[in-house]
Design a protein around this ligand. Structure first.
Ligand code: 6AU
Length: 452
Protein backbone atom coordinates (compact mmCIF):
# COMPACT_ATOMS: atom_id res chain seq x y z
CA UNK A 1 0.00 0.00 0.00
CA UNK A 2 1.02 3.68 -0.40
CA UNK A 3 1.41 3.75 3.40
CA UNK A 4 4.01 0.94 3.25
CA UNK A 5 1.70 -1.57 4.92
CA UNK A 6 1.18 -5.03 3.51
CA UNK A 7 -2.39 -5.93 2.63
CA UNK A 8 -4.00 -9.24 1.57
CA UNK A 9 -5.97 -7.36 -1.11
CA UNK A 10 -5.02 -4.64 -3.55
CA UNK A 11 -7.46 -2.96 -5.90
CA UNK A 12 -5.96 -1.71 -9.14
CA UNK A 13 -8.40 0.38 -11.12
CA UNK A 14 -5.72 1.84 -13.39
CA UNK A 15 -6.43 -0.92 -15.87
CA UNK A 16 -9.94 0.41 -16.41
CA UNK A 17 -8.65 2.78 -19.12
CA UNK A 18 -8.21 -0.25 -21.35
CA UNK A 19 -11.97 -0.86 -21.27
CA UNK A 20 -13.67 2.31 -22.56
CA UNK A 21 -17.26 1.08 -22.21
CA UNK A 22 -16.63 0.01 -18.62
CA UNK A 23 -14.99 3.31 -17.83
CA UNK A 24 -17.95 5.17 -19.28
CA UNK A 25 -20.40 3.13 -17.23
CA UNK A 26 -18.35 3.57 -14.10
CA UNK A 27 -18.26 7.34 -14.49
CA UNK A 28 -22.05 7.43 -15.03
CA UNK A 29 -22.63 5.24 -12.01
CA UNK A 30 -20.48 7.44 -9.78
CA UNK A 31 -22.09 10.69 -10.85
CA UNK A 32 -25.69 9.47 -10.84
CA UNK A 33 -25.20 7.90 -7.44
CA UNK A 34 -23.69 10.95 -5.73
CA UNK A 35 -24.58 14.14 -7.58
CA UNK A 36 -28.25 14.39 -6.45
CA UNK A 37 -27.10 14.70 -2.83
CA UNK A 38 -24.42 17.36 -3.50
CA UNK A 39 -26.00 20.75 -2.90
CA UNK A 40 -23.60 22.88 -4.98
CA UNK A 41 -20.77 22.25 -7.41
CA UNK A 42 -19.03 24.34 -10.04
CA UNK A 43 -16.13 22.10 -11.11
CA UNK A 44 -14.78 18.55 -10.79
CA UNK A 45 -11.19 17.49 -10.17
CA UNK A 46 -9.83 13.95 -10.44
CA UNK A 47 -7.12 12.83 -8.03
CA UNK A 48 -4.08 12.01 -10.20
CA UNK A 49 -3.72 9.73 -12.00
CA UNK A 50 -6.31 6.93 -12.11
CA UNK A 51 -9.31 9.19 -11.59
CA UNK A 52 -8.24 11.78 -14.19
CA UNK A 53 -9.89 10.09 -17.21
CA UNK A 54 -12.98 9.28 -15.13
CA UNK A 55 -13.28 12.94 -14.10
CA UNK A 56 -12.84 13.92 -17.75
CA UNK A 57 -15.76 11.72 -18.81
CA UNK A 58 -17.96 13.19 -16.07
CA UNK A 59 -16.93 16.73 -16.98
CA UNK A 60 -17.75 16.30 -20.66
CA UNK A 61 -20.98 14.38 -20.20
CA UNK A 62 -22.38 16.52 -17.38
CA UNK A 63 -20.98 19.78 -18.80
CA UNK A 64 -19.23 20.59 -15.52
CA UNK A 65 -15.85 22.34 -15.99
CA UNK A 66 -12.82 20.35 -14.89
CA UNK A 67 -9.64 21.26 -13.03
CA UNK A 68 -6.38 19.34 -12.95
CA UNK A 69 -4.04 19.36 -9.98
CA UNK A 70 -0.38 19.00 -10.89
CA UNK A 71 1.63 16.74 -8.63
CA UNK A 72 4.52 19.22 -8.91
CA UNK A 73 4.09 22.87 -9.87
CA UNK A 74 6.04 23.47 -13.05
CA UNK A 75 8.84 26.00 -12.84
CA UNK A 76 8.12 27.84 -16.07
CA UNK A 77 5.26 29.43 -17.96
CA UNK A 78 2.19 30.07 -15.88
CA UNK A 79 3.66 28.41 -12.74
CA UNK A 80 0.27 26.98 -11.83
CA UNK A 81 -0.39 24.13 -9.44
CA UNK A 82 -4.00 23.89 -10.54
CA UNK A 83 -4.77 23.99 -14.26
CA UNK A 84 -8.06 25.30 -15.60
CA UNK A 85 -10.07 28.46 -14.94
CA UNK A 86 -10.28 29.10 -11.22
CA UNK A 87 -12.86 31.35 -9.64
CA UNK A 88 -12.02 31.85 -5.99
CA UNK A 89 -14.94 30.52 -3.95
CA UNK A 90 -16.10 28.00 -6.57
CA UNK A 91 -17.03 24.57 -5.21
CA UNK A 92 -15.04 21.64 -6.60
CA UNK A 93 -16.10 17.98 -6.34
CA UNK A 94 -13.27 15.47 -5.98
CA UNK A 95 -13.31 12.31 -8.10
CA UNK A 96 -11.22 9.38 -6.84
CA UNK A 97 -10.98 5.66 -7.57
CA UNK A 98 -10.08 4.08 -4.23
CA UNK A 99 -9.99 5.73 -0.81
CA UNK A 100 -7.95 4.05 1.91
CA UNK A 101 -7.03 6.55 4.65
CA UNK A 102 -7.96 9.53 2.48
CA UNK A 103 -4.44 10.96 2.25
CA UNK A 104 -4.36 11.22 -1.56
CA UNK A 105 -7.70 12.98 -1.62
CA UNK A 106 -6.55 15.35 1.11
CA UNK A 107 -3.35 16.23 -0.77
CA UNK A 108 -5.50 17.31 -3.71
CA UNK A 109 -7.94 19.12 -1.42
CA UNK A 110 -5.08 21.05 0.21
CA UNK A 111 -3.93 22.42 -3.15
CA UNK A 112 -7.44 23.20 -4.36
CA UNK A 113 -8.26 25.04 -1.15
CA UNK A 114 -4.91 26.75 -1.33
CA UNK A 115 -5.97 28.11 -4.70
CA UNK A 116 -9.19 29.47 -3.18
CA UNK A 117 -11.64 26.72 -4.09
CA UNK A 118 -14.14 25.16 -1.72
CA UNK A 119 -14.26 21.38 -1.40
CA UNK A 120 -17.20 19.78 0.36
CA UNK A 121 -17.71 16.43 -1.42
CA UNK A 122 -15.68 13.56 -2.85
CA UNK A 123 -17.06 10.80 -5.06
CA UNK A 124 -15.07 7.55 -4.91
CA UNK A 125 -15.58 4.14 -6.41
CA UNK A 126 -14.29 1.96 -3.57
CA UNK A 127 -14.04 2.72 0.13
CA UNK A 128 -11.44 0.34 1.60
CA UNK A 129 -12.99 0.96 5.04
CA UNK A 130 -9.71 2.02 6.58
CA UNK A 131 -10.71 5.43 7.93
CA UNK A 132 -10.96 7.33 4.64
CA UNK A 133 -14.51 8.70 4.96
CA UNK A 134 -13.95 9.59 8.64
CA UNK A 135 -10.68 11.39 7.89
CA UNK A 136 -12.36 13.30 5.08
CA UNK A 137 -15.31 14.14 7.32
CA UNK A 138 -12.86 15.64 9.84
CA UNK A 139 -11.79 18.05 7.10
CA UNK A 140 -15.37 18.94 6.21
CA UNK A 141 -15.66 16.62 3.19
CA UNK A 142 -18.47 14.13 2.64
CA UNK A 143 -17.25 10.95 1.00
CA UNK A 144 -19.75 9.35 -1.40
CA UNK A 145 -18.48 5.84 -2.11
CA UNK A 146 -20.18 3.61 -4.65
CA UNK A 147 -19.17 0.45 -2.77
CA UNK A 148 -17.02 -0.80 0.07
CA UNK A 149 -14.20 -3.32 0.00
CA UNK A 150 -16.25 -5.86 1.98
CA UNK A 151 -19.13 -5.59 -0.53
CA UNK A 152 -16.67 -6.42 -3.32
CA UNK A 153 -15.24 -9.33 -1.33
CA UNK A 154 -18.75 -10.71 -0.71
CA UNK A 155 -19.56 -10.54 -4.43
CA UNK A 156 -16.26 -12.25 -5.28
CA UNK A 157 -17.04 -14.93 -2.70
CA UNK A 158 -20.58 -15.50 -4.05
CA UNK A 159 -19.18 -15.96 -7.54
CA UNK A 160 -16.51 -18.33 -6.31
CA UNK A 161 -13.55 -16.05 -7.09
CA UNK A 162 -12.22 -16.06 -3.52
CA UNK A 163 -12.61 -18.58 -0.71
CA UNK A 164 -13.80 -18.01 2.86
CA UNK A 165 -10.22 -18.07 4.20
CA UNK A 166 -9.46 -15.02 2.10
CA UNK A 167 -12.68 -13.32 3.21
CA UNK A 168 -11.68 -13.81 6.87
CA UNK A 169 -8.15 -12.58 6.15
CA UNK A 170 -9.45 -9.37 4.60
CA UNK A 171 -11.92 -8.86 7.45
CA UNK A 172 -9.17 -9.27 10.03
CA UNK A 173 -6.89 -6.96 8.10
CA UNK A 174 -9.53 -4.22 7.92
CA UNK A 175 -10.25 -4.50 11.64
CA UNK A 176 -6.54 -4.05 12.41
CA UNK A 177 -5.93 -1.25 9.94
CA UNK A 178 -8.73 1.20 10.47
CA UNK A 179 -6.82 4.40 10.78
CA UNK A 180 -8.93 7.37 11.76
CA UNK A 181 -6.18 9.93 12.20
CA UNK A 182 -5.48 12.93 10.03
CA UNK A 183 -2.45 12.18 7.88
CA UNK A 184 -1.99 15.24 5.78
CA UNK A 185 -2.14 18.84 6.93
CA UNK A 186 -4.96 20.44 4.99
CA UNK A 187 -5.83 24.07 4.55
CA UNK A 188 -9.27 23.79 6.12
CA UNK A 189 -10.54 26.89 4.38
CA UNK A 190 -8.66 29.21 2.08
CA UNK A 191 -8.52 32.72 3.56
CA UNK A 192 -10.19 33.97 0.37
CA UNK A 193 -13.47 32.45 1.47
CA UNK A 194 -13.35 33.60 5.11
CA UNK A 195 -15.12 36.87 6.01
CA UNK A 196 -12.86 39.80 6.89
CA UNK A 197 -14.22 40.05 10.46
CA UNK A 198 -13.25 36.42 11.16
CA UNK A 199 -9.83 36.90 9.60
CA UNK A 200 -9.27 39.98 11.79
CA UNK A 201 -9.50 37.77 14.89
CA UNK A 202 -6.79 35.50 13.51
CA UNK A 203 -4.34 38.21 12.40
CA UNK A 204 -1.06 38.38 14.35
CA UNK A 205 -0.24 41.81 12.90
CA UNK A 206 -2.03 44.65 14.69
CA UNK A 207 -2.45 46.84 11.58
CA UNK A 208 -3.76 43.95 9.54
CA UNK A 209 -6.27 43.22 12.32
CA UNK A 210 -7.40 46.86 12.38
CA UNK A 211 -7.56 47.04 8.58
CA UNK A 212 -9.69 43.88 8.24
CA UNK A 213 -12.07 45.21 10.92
CA UNK A 214 -12.23 48.59 9.22
CA UNK A 215 -13.05 46.95 5.87
CA UNK A 216 -15.87 44.91 7.40
CA UNK A 217 -17.25 47.93 9.26
CA UNK A 218 -17.12 50.25 6.27
CA UNK A 219 -18.02 47.62 3.66
CA UNK A 220 -15.10 48.77 1.58
CA UNK A 221 -12.20 46.87 0.04
CA UNK A 222 -11.24 49.82 -2.15
CA UNK A 223 -7.85 51.51 -1.95
CA UNK A 224 -7.42 54.56 -4.14
CA UNK A 225 -3.96 55.39 -5.47
CA UNK A 226 -4.04 59.18 -5.36
CA UNK A 227 -1.10 59.78 -7.67
CA UNK A 228 -1.70 63.51 -8.20
CA UNK A 229 0.81 66.31 -8.86
CA UNK A 230 -0.30 68.82 -6.22
CA UNK A 231 -0.61 68.27 -2.49
CA UNK A 232 -3.76 70.42 -2.28
CA UNK A 233 -5.45 68.18 -4.83
CA UNK A 234 -4.41 65.19 -2.74
CA UNK A 235 -6.14 66.57 0.34
CA UNK A 236 -9.24 67.62 -1.64
CA UNK A 237 -9.53 64.16 -3.18
CA UNK A 238 -8.93 62.47 0.17
CA UNK A 239 -11.92 64.36 1.60
CA UNK A 240 -14.13 63.43 -1.34
CA UNK A 241 -13.15 59.78 -1.47
CA UNK A 242 -13.03 59.19 2.30
CA UNK A 243 -16.50 57.62 2.68
CA UNK A 244 -15.75 54.96 0.07
CA UNK A 245 -12.23 53.75 0.84
CA UNK A 246 -10.46 51.55 3.35
CA UNK A 247 -6.99 52.78 2.32
CA UNK A 248 -5.69 55.91 0.66
CA UNK A 249 -2.42 55.22 -1.11
CA UNK A 250 0.16 57.94 -1.61
CA UNK A 251 3.43 58.32 -3.49
CA UNK A 252 4.72 61.28 -1.47
CA UNK A 253 7.64 61.76 -3.85
CA UNK A 254 5.50 62.38 -6.93
CA UNK A 255 3.31 65.03 -5.31
CA UNK A 256 4.62 68.62 -5.22
CA UNK A 257 4.61 70.41 -1.86
CA UNK A 258 4.06 67.22 0.12
CA UNK A 259 5.08 68.95 3.35
CA UNK A 260 4.88 67.94 6.99
CA UNK A 261 1.68 69.97 7.21
CA UNK A 262 0.11 67.97 4.38
CA UNK A 263 1.01 64.65 5.97
CA UNK A 264 -0.43 65.86 9.31
CA UNK A 265 -3.69 66.85 7.59
CA UNK A 266 -3.87 63.50 5.85
CA UNK A 267 -3.21 61.62 9.08
CA UNK A 268 -5.92 63.59 10.92
CA UNK A 269 -8.41 63.10 8.10
CA UNK A 270 -7.74 59.36 8.06
CA UNK A 271 -8.50 59.10 11.78
CA UNK A 272 -11.62 61.21 11.47
CA UNK A 273 -13.02 59.55 8.32
CA UNK A 274 -11.96 55.98 9.17
CA UNK A 275 -9.44 54.97 6.52
CA UNK A 276 -5.76 54.02 6.57
CA UNK A 277 -2.87 55.67 4.79
CA UNK A 278 -0.44 53.57 2.78
CA UNK A 279 2.71 55.27 1.53
CA UNK A 280 3.69 53.27 -1.53
CA UNK A 281 7.40 53.95 -1.07
CA UNK A 282 8.54 50.51 -2.26
CA UNK A 283 11.65 50.57 -0.09
CA UNK A 284 14.36 48.42 -1.64
CA UNK A 285 17.67 49.14 0.07
CA UNK A 286 19.74 47.65 2.90
CA UNK A 287 18.10 47.79 6.33
CA UNK A 288 20.29 50.62 7.65
CA UNK A 289 19.36 52.93 4.78
CA UNK A 290 15.68 52.02 4.83
CA UNK A 291 15.43 52.72 8.58
CA UNK A 292 16.56 56.30 7.87
CA UNK A 293 14.35 56.70 4.80
CA UNK A 294 11.37 55.43 6.78
CA UNK A 295 11.70 57.53 9.93
CA UNK A 296 13.72 60.51 8.76
CA UNK A 297 14.49 62.41 5.58
CA UNK A 298 12.08 64.83 3.97
CA UNK A 299 8.94 62.77 4.50
CA UNK A 300 9.27 61.12 7.95
CA UNK A 301 6.96 58.41 6.62
CA UNK A 302 6.65 56.42 9.85
CA UNK A 303 4.97 59.40 11.56
CA UNK A 304 1.92 59.48 9.31
CA UNK A 305 1.62 56.30 7.22
CA UNK A 306 -0.09 53.30 8.83
CA UNK A 307 1.42 51.12 6.13
CA UNK A 308 4.26 51.17 3.60
CA UNK A 309 5.23 48.97 0.67
CA UNK A 310 8.56 47.16 0.71
CA UNK A 311 10.45 45.06 -1.84
CA UNK A 312 11.65 41.72 -0.51
CA UNK A 313 14.70 41.88 -2.79
CA UNK A 314 17.27 42.99 -0.14
CA UNK A 315 16.34 40.16 2.28
CA UNK A 316 15.17 40.02 5.91
CA UNK A 317 17.14 43.14 6.98
CA UNK A 318 14.66 45.45 5.30
CA UNK A 319 11.72 44.16 7.37
CA UNK A 320 13.85 44.05 10.53
CA UNK A 321 14.66 47.73 9.98
CA UNK A 322 10.97 48.62 9.82
CA UNK A 323 10.24 46.44 12.85
CA UNK A 324 12.88 48.31 14.89
CA UNK A 325 11.59 51.70 13.79
CA UNK A 326 7.98 50.71 14.50
CA UNK A 327 8.93 49.83 18.07
CA UNK A 328 9.63 53.57 18.60
CA UNK A 329 6.12 54.60 17.53
CA UNK A 330 3.00 54.35 19.67
CA UNK A 331 0.50 53.78 16.86
CA UNK A 332 0.47 50.38 15.17
CA UNK A 333 2.43 50.23 11.92
CA UNK A 334 2.91 47.56 9.27
CA UNK A 335 4.07 46.88 5.75
CA UNK A 336 3.06 45.15 2.53
CA UNK A 337 5.77 43.02 0.92
CA UNK A 338 5.85 43.04 -2.88
CA UNK A 339 5.59 39.45 -4.07
CA UNK A 340 4.30 40.03 -7.61
CA UNK A 341 3.86 43.04 -9.88
CA UNK A 342 1.12 44.00 -12.32
CA UNK A 343 3.50 45.35 -14.98
CA UNK A 344 4.27 43.58 -18.23
CA UNK A 345 7.70 41.94 -18.41
CA UNK A 346 8.53 42.26 -14.70
CA UNK A 347 11.43 40.05 -13.65
CA UNK A 348 9.77 38.31 -10.70
CA UNK A 349 10.12 34.49 -10.81
CA UNK A 350 8.46 31.59 -8.97
CA UNK A 351 11.45 31.33 -6.65
CA UNK A 352 11.28 35.03 -5.85
CA UNK A 353 7.58 34.77 -5.01
CA UNK A 354 8.29 31.81 -2.76
CA UNK A 355 11.08 33.74 -1.03
CA UNK A 356 8.78 36.71 -0.49
CA UNK A 357 6.04 34.58 1.06
CA UNK A 358 8.59 32.89 3.35
CA UNK A 359 9.86 36.29 4.40
CA UNK A 360 6.30 37.45 5.15
CA UNK A 361 5.78 34.40 7.37
CA UNK A 362 8.95 35.20 9.33
CA UNK A 363 7.67 38.62 10.45
CA UNK A 364 4.03 38.05 11.35
CA UNK A 365 3.78 41.17 13.53
CA UNK A 366 5.17 43.55 10.92
CA UNK A 367 4.03 42.19 7.57
CA UNK A 368 0.34 43.03 7.20
CA UNK A 369 0.10 41.60 3.73
CA UNK A 370 1.44 41.01 0.25
CA UNK A 371 1.19 43.08 -2.90
CA UNK A 372 0.44 40.39 -5.46
CA UNK A 373 -1.56 39.22 -8.44
CA UNK A 374 -2.60 35.75 -7.22
CA UNK A 375 -3.74 34.05 -4.04
CA UNK A 376 -0.62 33.43 -1.92
CA UNK A 377 -0.35 32.21 1.69
CA UNK A 378 -3.96 31.03 1.49
CA UNK A 379 -3.58 29.40 4.91
CA UNK A 380 -2.67 32.69 6.63
CA UNK A 381 -5.89 34.64 7.13
CA UNK A 382 -4.04 37.61 8.66
CA UNK A 383 -2.06 38.27 5.47
CA UNK A 384 -4.04 40.82 3.47
CA UNK A 385 -3.72 40.61 -0.32
CA UNK A 386 -3.32 44.03 -1.95
CA UNK A 387 -3.94 43.77 -5.68
CA UNK A 388 -3.23 46.72 -8.01
CA UNK A 389 -3.75 46.93 -11.77
CA UNK A 390 -7.54 47.32 -11.73
CA UNK A 391 -9.81 49.45 -13.88
CA UNK A 392 -13.40 49.27 -15.14
CA UNK A 393 -14.14 49.52 -18.83
CA UNK A 394 -12.42 48.60 -22.03
CA UNK A 395 -8.88 49.89 -21.45
CA UNK A 396 -6.64 46.99 -20.45
CA UNK A 397 -3.16 48.57 -20.47
CA UNK A 398 -1.28 51.84 -20.62
CA UNK A 399 1.69 52.65 -22.84
CA UNK A 400 4.24 51.94 -20.09
CA UNK A 401 3.50 48.33 -19.20
CA UNK A 402 0.69 48.65 -16.67
CA UNK A 403 -2.00 45.98 -17.10
CA UNK A 404 -5.54 46.29 -15.78
CA UNK A 405 -8.18 43.67 -14.97
CA UNK A 406 -11.79 44.31 -13.94
CA UNK A 407 -12.76 44.72 -10.26
CA UNK A 408 -14.56 41.36 -10.29
CA UNK A 409 -11.55 39.57 -11.82
CA UNK A 410 -9.25 41.06 -9.18
CA UNK A 411 -11.42 39.84 -6.30
CA UNK A 412 -12.78 36.56 -7.64
CA UNK A 413 -10.06 35.24 -9.93
CA UNK A 414 -6.97 36.74 -8.34
CA UNK A 415 -8.16 36.58 -4.73
CA UNK A 416 -7.45 40.25 -3.95
CA UNK A 417 -8.66 41.52 -0.56
CA UNK A 418 -7.86 45.21 -0.95
CA UNK A 419 -8.04 46.40 -4.54
CA UNK A 420 -5.92 49.35 -5.67
CA UNK A 421 -7.48 51.66 -8.23
CA UNK A 422 -5.60 54.73 -9.44
CA UNK A 423 -6.38 56.44 -12.73
CA UNK A 424 -9.68 54.59 -13.04
CA UNK A 425 -10.91 56.91 -10.26
CA UNK A 426 -8.59 59.92 -10.17
CA UNK A 427 -8.91 60.36 -13.95
CA UNK A 428 -12.72 60.16 -13.95
CA UNK A 429 -14.94 63.20 -14.49
CA UNK A 430 -16.42 62.77 -11.04
CA UNK A 431 -13.96 60.79 -8.87
CA UNK A 432 -16.35 60.58 -5.94
CA UNK A 433 -19.15 59.02 -8.00
CA UNK A 434 -16.68 56.67 -9.63
CA UNK A 435 -15.24 55.65 -6.24
CA UNK A 436 -18.75 54.80 -5.05
CA UNK A 437 -19.27 52.57 -8.10
CA UNK A 438 -15.95 50.80 -7.52
CA UNK A 439 -16.70 50.37 -3.83
CA UNK A 440 -20.07 48.77 -4.56
CA UNK A 441 -18.77 46.53 -7.32
CA UNK A 442 -15.74 45.39 -5.32
CA UNK A 443 -17.77 44.69 -2.21
CA UNK A 444 -20.36 42.71 -4.18
CA UNK A 445 -17.54 40.60 -5.66
CA UNK A 446 -16.13 39.96 -2.17
CA UNK A 447 -19.57 38.92 -0.89
CA UNK A 448 -19.93 36.56 -3.84
CA UNK A 449 -16.50 35.11 -3.05
CA UNK A 450 -17.28 34.27 0.56
CA UNK A 451 -20.82 32.96 -0.09
CA UNK A 452 -21.29 29.19 -0.43
O1 6AU B 1 -4.60 52.11 -11.35
P1 6AU B 1 -3.29 52.77 -11.75
O2 6AU B 1 -2.54 52.03 -12.78
O3 6AU B 1 -3.49 54.21 -12.11
O4 6AU B 1 -2.41 52.81 -10.42
C1 6AU B 1 -1.91 51.66 -9.80
C2 6AU B 1 -1.16 52.00 -8.55
C3 6AU B 1 0.08 52.85 -8.79
C4 6AU B 1 1.22 51.86 -8.75
O5 6AU B 1 2.40 52.47 -8.24
C5 6AU B 1 0.72 50.76 -7.83
O6 6AU B 1 -0.70 50.80 -7.93
N1 6AU B 1 1.18 49.38 -8.16
C6 6AU B 1 1.78 48.58 -7.18
C7 6AU B 1 1.77 48.86 -5.76
C8 6AU B 1 0.58 49.32 -5.09
O7 6AU B 1 2.70 48.57 -5.08
C9 6AU B 1 2.38 47.38 -7.54
C10 6AU B 1 2.17 46.87 -8.84
O8 6AU B 1 2.59 45.75 -9.15
N2 6AU B 1 1.49 47.61 -9.72
C11 6AU B 1 0.97 48.86 -9.42
O9 6AU B 1 0.34 49.46 -10.29
O10 6AU B 1 0.19 53.78 -7.73
Amino acid sequence: MKSGRRSPIYIDLRVVISYPKLMDELSKLMWNFAAPSISKYDTVCGVPYTALPIATLISVRENVPMLIRRKEAKGYGTKKLIEGDINVGDVCVIIEDVVTTGSSVLETVADLRGAGLKVTDAIVIVDREQGGPENLQNEGIKCHSVCTLMQIISILKESGKVDSIMVEKVKAYLEDNNDVTPIYPVVKTSKATIPFETRAQQAPCEVSKLLLKLMARKKSNLCVAVDVDQANDLIDLAKLLAPHICILKTHADLTKNFTGEISRQLHALAKQADFMVLEDRKFADIGNTVAKQYSGGCFEVSRWADLVTVHSLPGDGIVKALEEENAKIEEPRGCFLLAEMSSEGNLITTEYIKGSTQMASKFPKTVAGLVCQSLLLADQPGIVQLTPGVRRGEIKEDSLGQRWVTPEEAVIEKGGDVIVVGRGITGAKCPEKEAKLYQEELWAAYEKRIAI
